[in-house]
Design a protein around this ligand. Structure first.
Ligand code: CU
Length: 124
């Protein structure tokens, strides 16, 4: 009798552990995700620079819209984090809604791209 209670409580313990572990196991990131990132910039040169910065393993597609200042990035969350996408963009001088570009990098951008001083979106 005592033995069967011991077995039952052991099974109950395993069951509780399994329930506790299940949400952790379920949190594996999806194979593919889309991020909408606010990215400051002005022109076609900015667009090329932003897309070039995102041309890394783990990023499937990227496109930046000059009017809405939004980058759409399709990526593999198992290879690259959304935070890293922000860092890559900021790394070439463009502020995102999460990461600000370093002033030294920003100040080296061509004059037409200096979005902090000049917010004019032009199309050439
Ligand atoms: Cu530009």
């Amino acid at each position: 009798m005592k033995k069967s209670i011991a077995i039952k409580s052991l099974l109950a313990t395993f069951f509780i552990l399994f329930l506790a572990a299940a949400p952790v196991l379920a949190q594996k990131p999806p194979k593919k995700a889309e991020a909408k990132i606010q990215v400051s910039g002005n022109c076609g040169m900015c667009e090329k620079r932003i897309n070039a910065a995102l041309d890394v393993p783990g990023v499937i597609f990227s496109s930046w819209d000059r009017v809405s200042k939004t980058a759409t990035v399709v990526y593999k969350p198992r290879k690259i984090s959304e935070q890293k996408l922000h860092e890559l963009i900021a790394g070439v001088g463009h502020d995102t809604n999460k990461v600000k570009a370093d002033t030294t990098v920003y100040s080296k951008l061509p004059g037409c791209c200096l979005y902090r001083e000049n917010d004019n979106t032009h199309w050439d």
